[in-house]
Design a protein around this ligand. Structure first.
Ligand code: XMP
Length: 513
């Protein structure tokens, strides 16, 4: 796709908020991408940014291995906005002084504007979100301090002549009053951008891109029922119609009636050509007796690839594989929580193109999920799909602790129907990133109709999140919890207790396995 030449580049120093900066900038109508701090200057120049944002990060500029950028980057002579660590780095590179703060600031702070600045035009950011241990004690020569908080004498600074701006606080975080206005003042007031990134405008471009890339060839696609693969398939369908064949593998780990419902929907509403592969038995057999979460994931992932490969080979002349990969999966992320060790082997189809000798087409690879949802809306994909909460590739297998059997799947499916029904009735469904039950391999004693019972526990998980990378447990009304619990216990044989998971991510994860 031809990206507009007027765009922002965000240099990532490992902040948990970097993607948030990108999303805010795009929402303001300006295209941007994220590159890691280690990117060579030549590559940055080749990208051709019209402004640069230096993100926050967990390091100190004086750390032995502090992430730095060469000073020659500033020779680009374009506007720079440094946020938190990005501002400290700017101070450090221009010979100011940065020191550990006596009083670290985390959370809300009161801000006082001390000098007129374009960044604060038309707004008064009285409350800002801070998250820093270091601060700038001496601004570099030529820089003017424009605001302060009680514990931070240089909460923002600027060198108007050189077009360099720094904010110690985070304008991208919702808690900063008029944070969006500050970012827009930088984009439109300082850097002179025009609003020219509109997600709906790119649909036509995407369709003609696919047409051009495929050039008369045949394409296969793996559908999952989720928004990303559906939007990718519908775009391809519009581009090449009958030359697209979708493959939908029912692994038997889906929710109640999910396979059939989705298939009907794909065929009747979206008019896609879908090969339906019913493989529940094969998956269940391979998972027999497997309790280890990583083993489960590996077995499911491998089996999926084998089945898909078999089916794809039957489509004569297929040369391309279309995938709904999103931008967060593409960004070379900087590990904030230390290790880049494998926490969970995510189920994806990454191994497919190599094995099948297919060329990969990823029409959504520079987009965020909310942007893909907007495209889906414009393509008239119904909200049942667009607004669906994410569902993991390995399905209910990672929500059944211990053995996966038909009987245990049955219990979890029933619980899932109740949870989804009650969450939808309460109006919470779209506010929550995910809400689902988990079957715990523990039996507890209860009393039902004057008799002792000894049955399973269902844990309820409901989280709020913007991207699944971090999450907070949702503060669901007790009445809703009570209704879910009493329905599960009275309607599902084999369950006599429901508990609510009150852990956040990190340190927990969203799925239990
Ligand atoms: P965790 O459990 O790692 O999950 O906090 C983060 C988000 O990713 C989803 N998830 C998966 N999605 N394949 C997927 O497509 C997977 O293997 C997988 N595992 C977890 C999870 O539902 C949550 O939204």
């Amino acid at each position: 796709m031809e990206i507009n030449s007027s765009k922002v580049l965000i240099i990532d120093f490992g902040s948990q908020y970097t993607q948030l900066i990108a999303r805010k900038i795009r929402e303001s109508g300006v295209y941007c991408e994220i590159y890691p701090f280690s990117t060579p200057v030549k590559k940055i120049k080749d990208f051709g940014p019209s402004a640069l944002v230096l993100s926050g990060g967990p390091s100190s500029v004086y750390d032995k291995n502090a992430p730095l950028v060469p000073k020659e980057l500033f020779d680009l002579n374009i506007p720079f906005l440094g946020i938190c660590y990005g501002m400290q780095l700017m101070a450090y590179l221009f010979s100011g002084a940065v020191e550990p703060a006596k009083n670290r600031e985390y959370g809300h702070s009161k801000l006082q504007i001390t000098h007129n600045s374009k960044l604060f035009e038309g707004c008064n950011p009285a409350a800002v979100w801070m998250s820093h241990g270091d601060l700038i004690v001496v601004p570099p020569q030529g820089f003017v301090v424009t605001s302060a908080t009680e514990n931070c004498a240089a909460a923002s600074f600027e060198n108007v002549e050189k077009k360099l701006y720094g904010l110690q606080f985070h304008p991208e975080v919702a808690h900063t009053v008029c944070g969006r206005r500050i970012l827009e003042n930088f984009l439109f007031g300082v850097a002179g951008f025009k609003k020219n990134w509109k997600i709906s405008d790119i649909i036509k471009e995407k369709i003609s891109d696919i047409e051009r890339m495929v050039n008369g060839g045949k394409v296969v696609c793996a559908l999952s029922g989720g928004v990303d693969s559906t939007v990718a398939a519908v775009l391809a369908h519009k581009a090449i119609n009958g030359r697209l064949t979708c493959i939908f593998v029912d692994n038997g780990l889906l929710r109640e009636n999910e396979g059939n419902n989705i298939l009907k929907f794909y065929r009747e509403n979206l008019h896609l050509k879908v090969k339906f592969v019913k493989a529940g038995k094969v998956f269940l057999n391979s998972l027999k007796g497997v309790k280890n979460p990583e083993k489960k994931r590996k077995i499911i992932g491998k089996l999926f690839i084998n089945i898909f490969e078999n089916e794809a080979k039957k489509i004569k002349g297929a040369r391309y594989l279309i995938q709904g990969t999103l931008y967060p999966d593409v960004i070379e992320s900087i590990p904030v929580y230390g290790a880049s060790s494998v926490i969970k082997s995510h189920h994806n189809v990454g191994g497919l193109p190599k094995k099948l000798n297919l060329k990969l087409i990823e029409p959504l690879r520079e987009l965020f999920k909310d942007e893909v949802r907007k495209i889906g809306n414009k393509l008239d994909i119904p909200s049942e799909i667009i607004e669906r909460q994410p569902f993991p590739g390995p399905g209910l297998a990672v929500r059944i602790m211990g053995d996966i059997t038909a009987a245990r799947l049955n219990i979890l499916r029933k619980a899932d129907l109740i949870v989804t029904d009650e969450i939808k009735k309460s109006g919470l469904y779209n506010d929550l990133w995910q809400s689902f039950p988990v079957l715990v391999p523990v039996k507890t004693v209860g009393v039902m109709g004057d008799k002792r019972s000894y049955e399973s526990v269902i844990a309820l998980r409901a989280v709020k999140s913007s991207d699944g990378m971090t999450a907070d447990f949702a503060e669901i009304d007790y009445d809703v919890l009570r209704k879910i619990s009493s329905r599960i216990i009275s309607e599902i044989k084999g369950v006599n207790r429901v508990v609510y998971d009150i852990s956040s991510k990190p340190p927990s994860t969203i799925e239990w396995e």
